[in-house]
Design a binder for this molecule. Structure first.
Ligand code: C2E
Ligand code: MG
Ligand code: MG
Ligand code: MG
Length: 288
């Protein structure tokens, strides 16, 4: 990685970059590569969206999916979002990247509607930086109309910690988005220290329990938190989604405590659009 970072630094004429550690090398490498290559990556279609199914816990049916971006780099191989989203957020490249994610999702929603899947919902992850753009709600409305996508088919996920960064501004932006008719979720809930009074005033539809709370059932106090979050969500008239469900025991616990939806490797990882459509065509259900 150090050699590669040096190589990238040199080819971009940044011989003066100082490297202090392997970790820093990696970070610098990611920055330089991303800044130089993201525009190209979008144009050359190196970015792809995979879709992780979301399952209704009562019917066992797939009701939607979360779009998760991946970078299929020609030299580096597939780069997971944790390695380039933070860089994109720092540099502001998250704005064009996020626009691409929304357009690509509109294309997928249109294709699904054409296959008779007209109540399927796709969630995209939104960065606070996108939310802070004044023009964002208006532009989103235009995009949805341009693609002919019903706003109720699109869900926007924002993490609790990003919302709590500037809660009053976030609330205003969420209200404008809600007025378009899209669905809103608070992602990674439980890790962001929101006060209950704030939570009550965010016009959202879902909270997603962070996967760190779905520990070992029976061996972990975390399940107490999971249970409390489900009850809190329901008291606020919100639906609750559990993410990162990996075991049968976690699933049984969530069902016993009336959680609404699940996502996780126990049912399926994120899939290509074709693989998702196959799964839907076979009407695959969550086992009892
Ligand atoms: P997230 O929104 O909380 O997404 C859930 C992450 O958990 C995904 O990782 C997913 O693949 C992973 N996951 C799902 N089920 C399981 C499971 O059963 N066990 C475990 N251990 N992990 C599971 P991924 O795809 O690497 O995404 C990581 C994060 O990157 C996302 O967290 C999200 O914050 C961010 N991200 C991904 N795509 C986008 C995007 O288009 N825009 C923005 N702004 N952020 C994105
Ligand atoms: Mg998410
Ligand atoms: Mg999450
Ligand atoms: Mg996350």
């Amino acid at each position: 990685a150090a050699d590669a970072a040096m190589y990238h630094a040199k080819t971009m004429g940044k011989n003066n970059v100082q490297f202090h550690s392997a970790e820093l090398n990696q970070i610098v490498h990611a920055y330089l590569m991303l800044e130089a290559n993201l525009g190209r990556a979008i144009r050359e279609r190196e970015l792809v969206l995979d879709y992780q199914p979301k399952v209704d816990l009562r019917s066992g049916r797939v009701v939607g999916a979360e779009a998760l971006v991946r970078w299929r780099h020609p030299v580096e191989g597939t780069i997971p979002p944790d390695r380039f989203i933070p860089v994109a957020e720092e540099t502001g490249l998250i704005v064009p990247l996020g626009e691409w994610v929304i357009e690509e999702t509109c294309v997928a929603l249109k294709s699904m509607a054409a296959h008779g899947l007209d109540d399927f919902v796709i969630a995209v992850n939104l960065s606070a930086r996108q939310l802070r753009q004044r023009q964002f709600p208006e532009r989103l409305g235009q995009t949805l109309r341009r693609y002919g996508v019903d706003p109720r088919r699109l869900e926007l996920e924002v993490t609790e910690s990003q919302l709590m960064d500037q809660p009053d501004e976030a609330r205003d932006a969420l209200a404008q988005l809600k007025a378009l008719g899209v669905r809103l979720s608070i992602d990674d809930f439980g890790t962001g220290y929101s006060s209950l009074s704030h939570l009550q005033t965010f016009p959202v539809d879902y909270i997603k329990i962070d996967r760190s709370f779905l520990g070992d059932v029976g061996h972990d106090g975390h399940m107490v938190i999971t249970r409390a979050i489900i009850a809190l969500g329901h008291n606020l008239k919100l639906q609750v989604i559990a993410e990162g469900v990996e075991t049968r025991e976690q699933l049984a616990f969530l069902r016993a405590h009336d959680c609404d939806q699940m996502q996780g490797y126990y049912f399926s990882p994120a899939l290509s659009r074709d693989a998702l459509q196959d799964l839907l065509a076979r009407d695959t259900r969550l086992p009892d």
